[in-house]
Design a protein around this ligand. Structure first.
Ligand code: MG
Length: 278
């Protein structure tokens, strides 16, 4: 029997700019429109970063609120996930918008080298972000940039700072962090199954790894992520038209693996989120 797959769209991120691909949505209205197109194409979860008027990463809760309102209105039931990611943002501001109570928020459970800087997530900081998510009933998506982060998350759950079942995103292809290697994904998935059997997982690849990692997720029974945050091209020499085009590539492959794009309702059930959007 075909099984659903949650296709997450990471619409913007903190890195790509209009000069990389003019379709990268950076204003709230562009972000809402791009999310709606992705939703229509089969995406049931949106991962949101916001940008200031110079396209720089921002933590402004007002911007997050605008996107959240628009997505709720135009994409009924879609799971809304805010990024607490660190690039270009002050640590104390990274969880400022959790009071808006999105369905989910990203939580990196460790530090890692990126190509030109350190993505810093000290132990105290991770605990406080996790605590804040508990307070506001926001489900974390554990962002696993390095294998240690899987084990750290299991420990956070043991200390009751993360509710179970957990949901993890395996991030592959960032230079300096985990490469996009099938054997590595197999290992992470088997470790997760051994240590947190009720957990769900997704994986993503950056750049040209994106589609390959999507394929592995389809095959292994996981969820998956696509979007312009991770990759702005559909082939070596053609830019993606928009986020929806990238979602469409996953949808087109799904049938081959007896999968189909999860509806928002199915996605909420898979992730043990409230089925009533509000
Ligand atoms: Mg992100």
């Amino acid at each position: 029997m075909p099984t659903p797959i949650i296709i997450t769209t990471a619409i913007t991120g903190s890195m790509p700019r209009k000069s990389d691909n003019p379709s990268v949505p950076v204003t709230p209205s562009e972000q809402i429109e791009s999310t709606h197109e992705a939703y229509e194409a089969g995406s049931s979860l949106v991962h949101i970063h916001v940008r200031d008027e110079h396209q720089n990463p921002s933590s402004d809760p007002d911007l997050f609120a605008l996107v959240q309102q628009g997505v709720k209105k135009h994409c009924p039931g879609m799971i809304i996930q805010f990024s607490t990611g660190g690039r270009g943002r002050e640590p104390e501001q990274r969880g400022a918008m959790l009071s808006l109570q999105p369905d989910m928020a990203s939580l990196a459970t460790g530090s890692v080298n990126f190509p030109r800087n350190i993505y810093e997530n000290p132990p105290d900081f991770i605990d406080s972000l996790a605590q804040r998510m508990l307070e506001f009933k926001v489900k974390p998506e554990i962002e696993v940039f390095d294998a240690a982060m899987l084990y750290n998350a299991v420990d956070l759950a043991r200390r009751n700072l993360i509710q179970t079942p957990m949901h993890m995103q395996f991030v592959m292809g960032i230079p300096g962090a985990m490469p996009a290697r099938r054997k590595l994904l197999d290992f992470l998935v088997s470790e997760l199954a051994a240590l947190a059997p009720d957990a769900t997982w997704s994986a993503m690849g950056t750049g040209r790894n994106q589609i390959e990692v999507n394929r592995w997720c389809l095959e292994l029974g996981g969820q998956t992520r696509t979007g312009l945050e991770d990759n702005v091209k559909v082939s070596k020499d053609r830019l993606a038209k928009n986020n929806a085009e990238l979602v469409g590539l996953v949808v087109a492959m799904a049938e081959e693996y007896d999968r189909y794009p999860a509806t928002p309702l199915e996605a909420r059930r898979i992730l043990s989120l409230p089925v009533q959007a509000d």
